[in-house]
Design a protein around this ligand. Structure first.
Ligand SMILES: *Cc1c(COP(=O)(O)O)cnc(C)c1O
Length: 457
């Protein structure tokens, strides 16, 4: 008999979690203005809000933390961290930052000016925020396949080279760089193929435009290249990662994702001018360039996390768990962005709550329903997150309206996945009764989804 799949780790420490009653959850959600970001974590049973900074560190990472060097400048922890980033990313210049958006803030402060245009395969929300806050424009050039959730293609995160070329053609002299996000978070944690990464870099370089890789989930992307793209089955994840970055000019990284730490980020680049320029923004925003807002122990944990999470077994365990959840949803007929992504399942809320008009935010409504059903906290990646057009101030209803079930790394078991799937099935079974959604009572001018206050209609 073929042995079944099992995790490539065992558990050394546990954290108790608590169930609640439906009455409690009704009350808590009302107090949270129907925005799950406003819930207290103790009001949540299974927390799928994000896979960012929520992973379980390994015993080796905790051990590395004890060896953290807390010297202000030139700490051994920095050099260990720098060496690991250089080895995996293949770029010589490394600046630590306190998280991914801080890396964007530091680098974009140097590169993005008013009137600029920055194409990308579905910019992450903070990435877009940092571009738009500088009065520049972010243009999505993701391939069209990404917008059909039921289409089963292996590299749905790919860049449309036609769309990219058009943006480059129409904006000569106005494009400071292109953002290539791996995996493509916004369209469902979908990977970008090695062929597409290379073609994108070459096209940009032909126009004299550099490429910045938003690499939060680069290791998961490398896993998909290894398992789906011809010619990579026998390469290691580290070899594939190095090849992915080989033609890029820089990378920004949220270490809270694929470095499996609770806080941290960095910039890596092969350009000395960018490094020298960015240092000038790192010091006032983040701190001196050998700590960048991080403790020495954090830098050690990132170095260890990068090393172990670029090993195949670790990634295989993770992706298989996401696939386990997807298989349950398939059983129940619940539509999600296919195929299952790297870090999350993105349920197609438009296809579930078909009676809720888009003006009433179906995915946000589904987030509320799932929480009320079982205390499962998911996250809206849809019309609320899409925010308003910076010029017209109209809601942006053009994209997908998804409910994201983000799976923290090494935290939950497949039993938890089964609970999540069953809860979603119960909501799905009574979808016809959900005819009204939510309305905005208060919102912030930028990145409103974190703090928006809603009412149930
Ligand atoms: C999380 C994330 C960021 C921002 O990183 P933080 O560490 O949350 O600041 C940027 N890009 C992508 C693709 C991300 O997933």
């Amino acid at each position: 008999m073929k042995l079944p799949f099992a995790e490539s780790w065992k558990i050394k420490m546990v954290e108790p979690i608590r169930k609640s009653t439906r009455e409690e959850r009704e009350q808590w959600l009302k107090e949270a203005h129907y925005n799950v970001f406003q819930l207290k974590s103790e009001q949540v049973y299974i927390d799928l809000l994000t896979d960012s900074g929520t992973g379980a560190m390994s015993d080796r990472q905790w051990a590395a933390m004890m060896l953290g060097d807390e010297s202000y400048a030139g700490a051994t922890s920095f050099y260990r961290f720098e060496h690991m980033v250089q080895t995996i990313f293949g770029m010589p210049y490394v600046i630590p930052t306190h998280q991914g958006r801080a890396a964007e803030n530091v680098l974009f402060s140097l590169l993005v000016k008013e009137g600029h245009v920055v194409p990308g395969n579905a910019h992450f929300d903070t990435t877009k925020g940092h571009i738009e806050a500088r009065k520049a424009k972010a243009i999505d050039v993701t391939c069209d396949e990404a917008h059909n959730t039921q289409l089963e293609v292996p590299f749905k995160g790919n860049v449309s080279l036609e769309k990219l070329e058009q943006v480059l053609d129409e904006n000569k002299g106005k494009v400071p760089f292109m953002v290539l996000t791996v995996t493509n978070n916004t369209v469902g944690g979908q990977p970008v193929s090695m062929a597409n990464i290379k073609a994108t870099c070459r096209l940009c370089h032909r126009y004299g435009v550099p490429v910045v890789m938003d690499s939060a989930r680069f290791a998961e992307n490398a896993y998909f290249i290894k398992t789906r793209e011809e010619g990579y089955a026998d390469k290691t994840i580290k070899e594939i990662a190095l090849e992915m970055f080989a033609e890029a000019d820089a990378a920004t990284m949220s270490a809270k994702k694929d470095a499996v730490v609770n806080m941290g980020g960095f910039i890596a680049t092969r350009h000395k001018e960018w490094y020298d320029g960015a240092k000038g923004f790192c010091i006032p925003f983040e701190g001196y360039v050998t700590y960048g807002g991080l403790n020495g122990r954090d830098l050690n944990a990132i170095a260890q996390g990068l090393d172990e999470n670029t090993e195949f077994d670790m990634l295989d365990t993770r992706i298989q768990q996401v696939r386990h959840l997807a298989a349950r949803l398939d059983e129940y007929g619940i539509p999600y962005q296919r195929p299952a992504g790297g870090h999350a399942i993105f349920v197609d809320a438009d296809k579930v709550l078909t009676h809720v008009p888009k003006e009433e935010f179906p995915a946000q409504t589904l987030t509320c329903e799932l929480y009320l059903e079982a205390g499962v906290r998911a996250c809206e990646i849809g019309y609320m997150l899409a925010d308003r057009d910076p010029v017209t101030r109209e809601n942006r209803f053009g994209g997908l309206d998804l409910l994201r079930l983000a799976i923290p790394r090494r935290v939950y078991t497949n039993n938890h996945m089964d609970v999540i799937a069953a809860a979603l099935k119960n909501v799905y079974d009574r979808r016809e009764q959900v005819t009204r959604g939510v309305a905005i009572e208060w919102e912030a001018p930028l990145m409103r989804h974190f703090t928006v206050q809603l009412k149930r209609l």
